[in-house]
Design a protein around this ligand. Structure first.
Ligand code: RIB
Length: 289
């Protein structure tokens, strides 16, 4: 049986406004277009995992207004048995996208913040030894998930996005894989410059595979004596950069599990990010509203 990635992550309704420039303090801005999309870093990662041929179970919470997100994930072959309905509204994001595809995002956690430890335990009880746990930082109980998964001998990957001050208090040294973008990597390592950042993080987390995304400058994988660099893949048009990091994470993990070859995982993840930014919406599938 294929290993399953248990993805403990957010599901959001993304409200996307295309604007000529980001709204400034005190300004009222009329958007050119408005659309809603499925989103949330967790959901975007789950979609990327199955698009890359991985098996995924999405664990989290939505509100009644988000049941269509559950239907969408289910229709893609993602196990939604542990995606439950809360009395809180579904998490959501207000996203401005400029003509060059840049974004500015405000999120509200809503139901994403209501998953209980007993729901986490129930999902982990279904695992077999070869399964993986993936977590991102739009949910609560991150330390509990890491510790409970490690007690069961599972491999754990963490995407530190969106980073906050709580991240440094998580048991990061227990992680098998840690995904960071450049800003997050600078914050965690308290230094600057890719080489210096990697040295500092590798000293702090010697048993963790580090994957750092650098936007247009590509990505880096580092573990023990191996450092691999991957250039970003060119795309004809940059429409919307939202979710590019999530597509990268889900695709990388699915391919690493499938092939065991970090270089292959980096290449496929770079392709997935390029695909994601060439379309509207945060999932690699985009255009579903
Ligand atoms: O990473 C992009 C995601 O961040 C969006 O889908 C939005 O919902 C926020 O969670």
């Amino acid at each position: 049986m294929r290993p399953v990635i248990l993805n403990f992550g957010s599901c959001n309704i993304d409200h996307v406004y295309t604007v000529d420039a980001f709204v400034r303090p005190g300004e009222t801005l009329s958007s050119r277009t408005y659309q809603t999309f499925p989103g949330g870093k967790g959901l975007n990662q789950s979609v990327a995992i199955v698009q890359a041929g991985g098996a995924c179970s999405h664990i989290g919470r939505i509100g009644r207004d988000g049941e269509w997100l559950k239907g969408m994930l289910h229709s893609l072959g993602i196990n939604t048995d542990f995606l439950t309905v809360s009395t809180e509204p579904t998490g959501h994001a207000i996203i401005q996208v400029t003509p060059d595809g840049e974004n500015a995002i405000i999120t509200h956690g809503g139901a994403n913040h209501t998953t209980t430890q007993s729901e986490i335990d129930s999902a982990l009880e279904t695992t077999k030894d070869t399964d993986f746990v993936l977590i991102q930082n739009e949910i609560k109980n991150v330390s509990y998930i890491i510790e409970s998964a490690k007690k069961r001998g599972l491999q754990v990957a963490f995407n530190a996005a969106p980073i906050n001050n709580g991240v440094e208090g998580y048991p990061l040294d227990a992680l098998d894989l840690l995904f960071l973008n450049e800003t997050e990597a600078e914050q965690l390592s308290r230094t600057r410059g890719t080489a210096e950042i990697i040295r500092a993080l590798a000293r702090k987390l010697p048993e963790t595979k580090l994957i750092i995304t650098l936007g247009g400058d590509g990505s880096i994988y580092h573990y023990k004596d191996e450092t691999l660099k991957q250039i970003a893949i060119d795309t004809d048009q940059i429409v919307d950069t939202t979710g590019a990091g999530d597509a990268f994470v889900g695709t990388f993990l699915a391919h690493l599990i499938k092939s065991g070859i970090p270089r292959k995982a980096l290449v496929e993840a770079a392709k997935a990010s390029a695909e994601c930014i060439s379309r509207k919406g945060a999932t690699i599938l985009s255009e579903i509203t």
